[in-house]
Design a protein around this ligand. Structure first.
Ligand SMILES: [Zn+2]
Length: 208
């Protein structure tokens, strides 16, 4: 809350596509990508969305079930979350190209929490572009020890280069992202505050 109060400009909220599945155990069929019968199929809808520029420095790429955010800085791209799997990672790459972004500029991948629809594409992107992956220590443990709900084998576990901590500031070029610990959705879930630019003005956004 301190960081939100500190923000001087309008606070935008970005919709965070999260799927609370961690307590939903369903058959761990290794090829399972179909929705469990007790959950809406929309949560697993892989229909691509049109890659979209939301602000001058923020782009949305994803499907009807989940999206990733590309934050353009003066020294490269920060990606927030990485969707479900390697196929989604490739969708992110293709989407960046359609938006005029160069995937080679991908430097940081911030994983908000340890559910498969957020970390699943990270390792693919790291291996391809040598990007640095960030996640909280708590959810790194959670990811590696959870194998049901959103954490089935569809989503490859990823390595982490740096653990996110409450109040941490991550700077790339002209852009600083502030990390806020917001456990609840998962044990080590974090949220992000960062600047967005439009029509010559800069606003502060919070994503959780
Ligand atoms: Zn989630």
């Amino acid at each position: 809350m301190y960081y939100i109060a500190k923000a001087k400009n309008i606070l935008f909220t970005l919709f965070c596509c999260c799927i609370l599945l961690s307590n939903v155990a369903y058959a761990q069929d290794k090829s399972q990508t179909a929705p469990p019968p007790n959950l809406p199929s929309e949560l697993f809808d892989n229909t691509p969305l049109t890659p979209t520029k939301i602000f001058d420095n923020l782009y949305c790429i994803g499907t009807k079930s989940v999206v990733a955010w590309a934050l353009q800085t003066s020294d490269g791209i920060i990606l927030i979350d990485s969707m479900w799997d390697n196929n989604d990672a490739q969708l992110i790459i293709d989407g960046m190209k359609k938006l005029g972004l160069n995937p080679q500029d991908l430097k940081y991948i911030l994983i908000s929490h340890g559910h498969g629809d957020h970390y699943g594409g990270a390792q693919y992107l790291k291996d391809k572009y040598n990007a640095k992956i960030f996640m909280s220590n708590t959810d790194f443990y959670y990811m590696n020890n959870t194998f049901d709900g959103a954490n089935v084998s569809r989503s490859p576990k990823c390595t982490v280069d740096e653990f996110l901590t409450d109040g941490q500031q991550i700077t790339l070029g002209d852009t600083t992202v502030t990390v806020v610990s917001t456990p609840g959705h998962s044990p080590g879930c974090v949220s992000f505050i960062f600047p967005l630019k439009t029509q010559g003005k800069t606003y502060m956004a919070a994503q959780w």
